[in-house]
Design a protein around this ligand. Structure first.
Ligand code: WTA
Length: 659
């Protein structure tokens, strides 16, 4: 663990702003502690009360936690509810039907607002069309959509019928899409003609067609296509246009009530093997934590204008776009485009235009915008009126203290608390995060666990480590929004997340962490497995390596991460070709381009290695193990300090040094 013990000591403390605290749900640390205390005294009762307070149950639960078969925990299992009812109908029924639910801004700046009442109609019409096509509870649908009202409506319509959705990020390739269709067994695909980002049309339907040329075509029965631009696309007898199938459907559709444990969705994420894992979430427990964290972490109030910039293809876009803000009945912004189009002032301009009060984004976006505004003063946040903001948040990767302070001062006007929220696809919602009216903030630290989350730092045997010692982050007790299993692979679920070495009962997050000696605050030090974090997106090194070796001329490949100023980490691939190693600059760059495009096609553009180095072989121990530590050092351009005499082929280091 020596690698993860070195870190910057950060001494600046930012206390909650008094005005903010006055009206906050938790307005000082004693209130936070009291809530933690409550969860300690009666753990199950604590969650049960929140589940009754935050969700509407069609039939109430009597069993809180079933832990008979760990780690397959079941929460509120005899309760019945519907996620879409909890996100939409309840607000219409309580008289808030005219409140704006979604404010959509397109890439080219057009705005469309949807009230809760209209959202209900849209979701119901869609659901009725799905019923007409024969879909029902237990079926699976793949959603491959742009950021759009229709994207959210698709998810909600599936939820309304108990159809388990699996959203695939629009940036993933046809090949990735195909793998997910097969793994989840989706009979239905919901997609769009294209997605529009940064002024460009990126085809989606075409990728679906490509994904449906092999095995997946035997599984899929229907492809529903939302016409985003209406450009001409090829349609087969299996394909229908969304507008056409909903046209004559009724405005109302009875929700299908499901058991609390019914899988609301499966979302694929990278792990340490070549195959992505389908993370399965429940309905009740997941929805509870979405609403709960909206309420406490974001301190959401009825008049807030909430904006989470994440795409619905990621977990953040599930919990804090498609479900959370609707569950709490709020107004939110949905943005189709990218932060740098038409220029890097887009976020600030949109905050000003829509009066955004809570803004939640990724450190990589902040770093990119810091860079952009240092190059061009005109796009700096100072040029915009950002007075509507009252709370800021970050997610997805560690935020470096300098970026934190810039965000705090230049965007938040030194008045808005920042919630640095640590969580994962598997945790469903925030698990370590400040409470904005209570927690003193230290840049770079996600501070303390959400009340009820028993997070700890342990060694390889599961022993808790004292503050100041780096180790593995675990959560020791089951919590309602936790991952239920890996779709179709319960064994892998058990092995990956509840390893025997830790007693089989601790959830292993896969991140290194250290707690501050003085106050116990958590700092996340990055993944301890072979997962990279590129712009806040998870990618497995194995996944990229498998893609590379699938190329006919590649004999061997090893992928490592290298620190990157903007994207956090960038991908460096070391490749051994079957043919002759390219030697001159032109040959190298041509071959690298071919492989970069190959990976983009295999996985998606986000997985493209930034740099590819070619060698005659890779540094290996005599037993044949690739020395990744050495490759990481080479990628960073560091001098190799370590004794390399045990290497099979020490001379290779020179060749791979990239100089
Ligand atoms: C990282 C995103 C530091 C971490 C919600 C985790 C963070 C992985 C933070 C999960 C944070 C997320 N500080 N690191 N505030 N939030 N991470 O599944 O490595 O896409 O394991 O979920 O992102 O990524 P995922």
């Amino acid at each position: 663990m020596s690698e993860i013990e070195s870190r910057l000591i950060e001494n600046r403390v930012f206390f909650p702003n008094a005005d903010f605290a006055k009206n906050a749900k938790l307005s000082d640390m004693s209130e936070y502690m009291a809530m933690c205390q409550l969860s300690n005294e009666g753990y199950e009762q604590f969650w049960a009360e929140l589940a009754r307070e935050f969700l509407i149950w069609h039939s109430p639960f009597t069993s809180i936690l079933n832990d008979q078969n760990p780690p397959f925990y079941r929460w509120f299992e005899d309760g019945m509810l519907n996620a879409s009812y909890n996100c939409i109908d309840r607000h219409v029924r309580s008289g808030n039907g005219d409140k704006v639910a979604l404010v959509f801004e397109s890439d080219d700046g057009k705005i469309e607002k949807v009230s809760y009442k209209t959202l209900l109609v849209k979701v119901c019409k869609f659901a009725n069309a799905l019923i007409r096509k024969g879909y029902k509870k237990g079926d699976r649908a793949i959603i491959y959509m742009p950021m759009s009202i229709e994207g959210v409506v698709s998810m909600q319509a599936c939820a309304r019928l108990g159809i388990t959705h699996s959203v695939v990020f629009g940036g993933f390739s046809a090949k990735s899409l195909e793998e997910r269709i097969i793994d989840v067994g989706a009979k239905l695909i919901i997609t769009a003609d294209v997605q529009v980002r940064g002024g460009k049309n990126i085809p989606l339907k075409k990728a679906v067609d490509e994904a449906l040329t092999g095995e997946a075509s035997k599984i899929v029965k229907d492809v529903i296509v939302y016409r985003r631009t209406g450009i001409e696309i090829e349609m087969s007898p299996r394909d229908v246009f969304l507008d056409e199938i909903i046209e004559s459907e009724e405005d109302y559709c009875e929700p299908v009530y499901v058991e609390s444990e019914h899988p609301l969705f499966v979302l694929y994420t990278s792990g340490s093997t070549g195959r992505p894992k389908g993370i399965q979430h429940s309905t009740g427990g997941y929805l509870l934590h979405s609403a709960l964290t909206m309420f406490y972490t974001f301190d959401i109030k009825p008049d807030d204008i909430f904006w989470c910039t994440a795409d619905i293809g990621w977990i953040t876009g599930h919990t804090y776009v498609a479900y959370g803000p609707l569950a709490t009945g709020n107004t939110q912004i949905i943005f189709e485009g990218v932060p740098t189009f038409p220029d890097a002032g887009r976020f600030w301009q949109m905050i000003e235009k829509h009066g955004v009060s809570i803004f939640y984004t990724a450190p990589t976006a902040i770093r990119a915008l810091i860079k952009a505004s240092s190059l061009n003063q005109r796009v700096a946040p100072e040029n915009y009126n950002l007075k509507s903001l009252r709370l800021l948040g970050t997610v997805g990767e560690p935020i470096n203290p300098e970026a934190w302070v810039w965000y705090y001062k230049n965007v938040g006007g030194s008045r808005c608390p920042i919630v640095d929220t640590f969580w994962q696809t598997e945790t469903g919602g925030h698990v370590i995060t400040p409470m904005p009216g209570a927690t003193p903030l230290i840049p770079g630290s996600c501070t303390l666990p959400f009340p009820g989350i028993d997070a700890a730092v342990v060694d390889e045997t599961g022993q808790e480590l004292p503050n100041g010692k780096g180790g593995m982050l675990v959560i020791r007790k089951p919590w309602p929004s936790m991952i239920r299993t890996i779709w179709g692979d319960a064994e892998r679920f058990k092995k990956t997340y509840f390893p025997k070495e830790l007693g089989g009962k601790f959830y292993l997050a896969g991140d290194g962490s250290i707690r501050d000696e003085k106050n116990g605050y958590f700092t996340i030090m990055g993944r301890i497995d072979d997962v990279l974090n590129i712009s806040g997106h998870r990618l497995g090194t194995m996944e990229i390596e498998s893609a590379l070796v699938a190329y006919e001329d590649v004999a061997e490949a090893a992928v490592v991460g290298k620190p990157d100023e903007v994207t956090g980490e960038s991908i460096v691939a070391f490749v051994v070709l079957k043919s002759k190693r390219p030697e001159n600059v032109k040959e190298i760059s041509e071959k690298a381009k071919v492989l970069q495009n190959w990976v983009a096609k295999e996985i998606g553009p986000i997985a493209k290695p930034k740099e590819i180095r070619f060698g005659d072989n890779l540094p290996k121990t005599r037993s044949g193990k690739i020395m990744r530590r050495l490759l990481r050092a080479l990628a960073k351009g560091e001098k190799i300090q370590q004794d390399v005499s045990t290497l099979e082929n020490p001379a290779i280091l020179e060749q791979l040094s990239g100089t």
